[in-house]
Design a protein around this ligand. Structure first.
Ligand code: ADP
Ligand code: ZN
Ligand code: ZN
Length: 705
């Protein structure tokens, strides 16, 4: 009998060891998928490398289990090639770094469909897939040589530098339109030419179709698959299998694709590496960008992080030499970047009493009108969906608070609802004030729904070159809820059926709108004054990205403009934006971060807790803080670790639960990791002493604090 470690999905922090021990008549290779008895059920598991096969420290539970009769493995999925040892190491690293159980991470990152199939079912799927592949190979006529544009000087220089660097991590800092995608295509081409597989990550599902189309056009006859959460379970499994079995040569995907096993990995690209969507927000709160860097080193594959506005972490690493910096400063075959107009909203005409504040300053309105008349498109963005962020009663001051959250409910005019964007609690808009019965309840502020309406009114009487009225459309999470609607709306925009597109940040990302010559940030000021230390970095990235939507076609580039409406025109962020000077902005932000002891100069972890009663959540966090304090002393880490008092996050109550969080900070990542490993292990026991804790979690390298 062979004794095996098996990673199974134990509930997080259940206090079980990372892996459980089973026995099997045959020896089974690490990475083999099995089903094992656990409690009264059979559950999926993965034969895990023993510590000498990998690098994991042994754990006490294993020792405690010595001498007990081991249960035999129930089933072995022999059809599936074992997961590579590099995959096991990536999972193991993620679990340790983000403080989760190995089995939890391992099973969570497999395609969900995989755990339902037995060996016969899996074998059948794979046979079907092989047949389809063979048929495609027979049917596929020799594809025409794809068109490859000659490289620009900057692209050629970047590729040459890349070649000479070996498998390092590169930060490709290229302005929007500088041809980063062409660089990715050439790098993938080189990897494929030597029989390797390439992995390309994008931050959002919405961006996969257009990237897929570009890669498919460049690599006819090559096998390309995508991996993201919008695929059907069967498709996701099929694509994952194609990657794992080495059949797919190109894998394009969102953050979850970082865990896709690839036996011949030769390149990892992380496009828009600064995007917060790369950070998973529940379970193991991993950063796919950071794991890409780790995975590249592990599998000896070069990594390219690409962005026009790199995260300050990556920029810092490039400045200090940890990453190789590759720069592309010129747009390809296009005019200059749009000129930036910052409008001082404190100097605009005041609206008449009773009238809502101006949606667009007169100068911006005129600029939009001129575009409509010329048949060019404008993009107006506002990061707040709904009609108005709050309703209020003019008599008694009642406001549309959410009864379950410390947040306002947003007024959605189309279906006349008040909706909480935190807990989704939705009600019809009351006819009269629920407090005093007054009939005059008014919206305060403006969301995209209202902006669309106001812009429609402002442009009344303005006609396009065809003589028709200005056409205004909106894209946000509300208009794109139904499957396929976003594609339809984007297609209408590309087809020139829209003159002015109103939307949330969604419209600023990646889309190659060819006729847009004006982009405007209608009200970006909120981000300047939040407590979130990353807010300026994000706003700058959003504005730069939005600017990049304008003037993408050479014939319209000369008249392209980016407008910003702000009550703070003197803010240094806008000066850097005007100069399209990312480096200047990054340098000033990094100085602030260094002085404030924030990332990348410090490393953070948050312990979050939720309870119906705030005192309970705080009690747990205070006790946890005391433990951390004691541990830091015992481990000799006291001088490296700062522990902060529990505080409420920005929205403290959600769905009736009070949220609190405490921050752990350290100048040394190693010290922080060492403390966390000891501390988090004891938290499940601590929680049981604090009745009423509904949920708790540790977030390593949190996006917001
Ligand atoms: P980025 O990803 O940096 O924003 P893209 O890769 O989308 O830029 O390139 C911008 C535009 O320039 C695209 O339309 C692309 O087809 C075109 N392009 C890129 N490289 C070249 C080249 N070497 N020659 C001609 N056109 C190019
Ligand atoms: Zn009232
Ligand atoms: Zn709510």
């Amino acid at each position: 009998m062979n004794r095996l470690r098996v990673a199974v999905e134990t509930p997080a922090h259940a206090g079980l060891g990372d892996t459980l021990d089973y026995e099997s008549e045959q020896p089974l290779a690490p990475g083999t998928l099995v089903r094992v008895p656990l409690g009264r059920r059979d559950v999926p598991g993965i034969v895990w490398p023993t510590p000498d096969q990998a690098f994991a420290p042994d754990n006490k539970d294993r020792e405690g289990a010595e001498g007990f009769a081991l249960k035999p493995v129930a089933e072995v999925l022999v059809s599936l090639p074992p997961l590579p040892s590099a995959w096991c190491r990536l999972v193991e690293f993620s679990a340790r770094y983000y403080q989760r159980a190995v089995g939890e991470v391992a099973l969570a990152v497999l395609p969900p469909e995989l755990r339902k199939l037995d060996d016969a079912g899996l074998a059948k799927r794979m046979r079907l897939q092989d047949k389809r592949l063979a048929k495609a190979a027979v049917d596929g006529s020799p594809a025409a040589e794809p068109q490859r544009p000659p490289l620009t000087g900057e692209q050629a220089a970047v590729l040459a530098a890349f070649d000479s660097a070996g498998p390092a991590c590169h930060l490709l800092h290229g302005v929007t339109g500088s041809g980063k995608t062409e660089v990715y295509l050439r790098l993938a081409e080189a990897a494929l030419a030597v029989g390797q597989q390439a992995l390309v990550l994008v931050p959002e599902i919405n961006l996969t179709p257009q990237l897929e189309a570009r890669f498919a056009a460049r690599f006819p006859g090559r096998r390309l698959v995508s991996l993201h959460s919008a695929l059907t379970p069967a498709q996701r499994l099929a694509n994952w299998l194609a990657a794992h079995r080495g059949q797919a040569e190109l894998v394009l995907g969102t953050r979850l694709a970082i865990f896709c096993p690839l036996p011949r990995l030769g390149l990892i690209v992380v496009d828009e590496e600064h995007d917060p969507s790369y950070k998973q927000q529940d379970g193991a709160r991993y950063s796919a960008r950071d794991l890409a860097v780790y995975r590249g080193r592990l599998e000896n594959a070069p990594v390219v992080l690409g962005s026009a506005t790199p995260s300050l972490e990556s920029w810092h690493h490039a400045q200090t030499g940890r990453y190789r910096l590759l720069t592309m400063a010129e747009r390809v075959g296009q005019g200059p970047l749009p000129s930036v107009q910052v409008i001082d909203m404190t100097q605009q005409p005041r609206p008449a009493p009773g009238e809502p504040p101006l949606a667009l300053a007169p100068a911006l309105k005129a600029a939009v009108e001129a575009r409509v008349a010329r048949g060019e498109q404008s993009l107006l963005f506002l990061n707040r969906r709904g009609f108005a962020p709050v309703l209020h009663c003019t008599a008694c001051g009642w406001k549309s608070a959410c009864p379950h959250c410390s947040a306002w409910r947003v007024f959605h005019k189309l279906d006349r609802t008040l909706r909480c964007h935190h807990c989704a609690f939705t009600e019809r808009v009351p006819r009269a004030c629920p407090e005093c019965g007054n009939l005059d309840i008014q919206p305060i502020g403006r969301g995209t729904e209202k902006l669309e309406e106001q812009v429609g009114e402002l442009l009344q009487g303005v006609v396009g070159p065809g003589g028709g009225p200005a056409r205004v459309a909106r894209i946000d999470a509300d208009t794109t809820r139904l499957k396929g609607t976003l594609e339809q709306q984007l297609a209408a925009m590309h087809a020139g059926e829209v003159d002015v597109l109103v939307g949330t940040q969604m419209v600023t990302k990646g889309h190659d709108f060819r006729r847009v010559t004006l982009v405007a940030a209608v009200d970006p000021d909120g981000a300047l004054f939040t407590a979130d230390f990353r807010a300026p970095e994000r706003l700058f990235a959003t504005l730069m990205q939005a600017a990049g939507r304008a003037g993408r076609a050479a014939e319209v580039a000369q008249q392209s403009e980016m407008w910003v409406q702000t009550a703070n025109p003197g803010h240094p962020l806008f000066a850097a934006l005007k100069a399209h000077d990312y480096a200047r902005f990054a340098a000033s932000q990094l100085r602030e971060r260094e002085m404030a002891g924030l990332p990348p100069f410090a490393h953070l972890a948050l312990l979050r807790a939720e309870a119906r009663d705030a005192a309970v959540a705080e009690g747990f966090l205070r006790a946890a803080r005391d433990e951390a304090h004691a541990l830091a002393g015992t481990l000799g880490l006291a001088e490296h670790i700062s522990l902060y008092a529990p505080v409420p996050p920005h929205v403290a109550r959600v769905a009736g639960q009070e949220r609190r969080q405490m921050l752990v900070e350290s100048g040394s990542r190693a010290a922080l990791q060492r403390l966390l490993a000891h501390w988090v292990a004891g938290l499940p026991a601590l929680r049981t002493q604090h009745k009423g804790i509904v949920r708790w979690a540790v977030d390593v390298d949190p996006m917001t604090i």
